[in-house]
Write a protein that binds this ligand. Sequence first.
Ligand code: ADP
Ligand code: MG
Length: 571
Amino acid sequence: DLARAHGLVACWSVPFHDTAGRVTGTVAIYPDNTRSPLSSQRTAIEAIAQLAAVAVEHRRVDEKFRLFQAAIENLNDVVMITEASPIDVPGPRISFVNPAFERMTGWSLAEAIGRNPRFLQGAETDRAVLDRVRAALDSHVPIRVELLNVDRAGRRYWIEMEISPVRTPEGAVTHFIAIERDVTERRHLEEQLRESQKMEAIGQLAGGIAHDFNNMLTAISGFAELLQVDLRDSSAETREHVLEIQRAASRSADITRKLLAFSRRQMLQPRVVDLNVIVDEMRRLLERVLDESVRQMLHLAPEPVTATVDPGQLEQVLLNLVVNARDAMPGGGTLTIRTAIVALSDEYAAAHVGVVPGNYAMLLVGDTGGGMTPEVRARIFEPFFTTKGDRGGTGLGLSTVIGIVKQSGGHVWVYTEVGHGTTMKVYFPLASEAITPVVPGDVTVEGVRTGTILVVEDEELLRSLIRRMLERAGYTVLAAGDGNSAEALLAAHTGPLDLLLTDMVLPGENGRLVAEAVLRRRPGTPVLYMSGYTEDVIVDHGVLQEGINFLEKPFTQQDLLGWITKILPTP
Ligand code: ADP
Ligand code: MG
């Protein structure tokens, strides 16, 4: 219309080509013919020059655009562009997503376009975080959050997302760009790390308390034991009182032992065992623990599943797991025990804090009981954590398990689902050596005892207890509180010395140094060490070195004399 109104006669037109040579558009110029032809031509030439400049600029923009496009399509992070309307307005929202989006969510570009991004979130997504996002977007400020999303297949995953407003050159916000990545694995590892740090801290605390308690308990039960003898002629009631003290002390010692196990300071006496054999030997005991309503499924590996563990402690681990499985199935169900040799891959190790890839001996205990909520699951290894307060739960079962397993170089993997059951897998490093034969049990011998024993113990109460226990049995006792006084005693002692009984942990020194000093004066003297927990002096990572005599605290007079008899046979 314009052209007709002005009676235009000439028209310049230039096609636009894309890089493949296709015509994508045309620019037409209609010079104003009402002016002089010359000026008309000049105008046209200027216009073409401008057009050429625009074309060059267009090509540059085009190249830049293709580079951006390729970069974003190749990016491993998800890029999502949304329209800048309020986030909770229904209707078209997503304008663009890159291919990484489909890899992460399972939804294709075509399916996502036009939808509100909230369709990616589930019922468990934290509403407070969404509100923060919303507030940031409304005020056009960038925000970075972590969010729980659900993919097309229903998998829950965590994303880290940073959203920024996209502004026009004039400053208007027309879109938002979100960059997202899956951080599920990272969060999982962080959680494991937090848990292991927490357990480490609790372990140190528990270990410290248990150590001091052990000394006190040894004194309490030891003196009660002596008292029991002194009160031979007293009334039955009086003797019963002393018995009660002994019972209480022994129950307390049981708790401290479990705490020591948890804090991995328990003395272990490992040897190479076959998990199959241990499970098999325990069968009768396990049957007694279980109800008839519980069906047992035993799957033992066809080949020996060997690990270097303390067999007594391994039995404890199995028993604790089975008892928990039973408790989880009050109405009956299926208990599964399985052994296997498994290879843990680099990938598995990368996803599990503290796991070294390699071959492992696995012991699995599974139940079809009530399972655990994530809140319970997070705390099961804590000492004294129990959900069975009303049913006499102590909360020490699994803390003992984790302590024993970790001290043996293994780890525990827990899988649980509320209403479906729980599976616990215990992994020990696979042992390649042959199975160690079983050593004969302890010896206790009654009889007249003679001989001189040097006792080094810093805890005064214990020192006098041990002195009395030994003297009553007939031994001559030299007692010292530290290495120096022990040496001084020895220097003044002209008679024979038959045995050194020393604490492993002494203030400022250790039992091994004391023993060396004593052996310099009296070569060949046998040494019996005592301790409430493991110390690297004698013990290598909680494993007793070969040929060392070791008496675990707390001990009874029986234990003490039993050991001494082993070393100093009664004539
Ligand atoms: P206790 O058995 O004395 O409660 P544990 O340390 O053995 O202590 O277990 C701690 C808690 O872990 C239990 O109270 C229970 O809530 C949970 N638990 C352990 N094993 C299972 C299991 N197999 N199924 C369900 N919950 C379990
Ligand atoms: Mg238990």
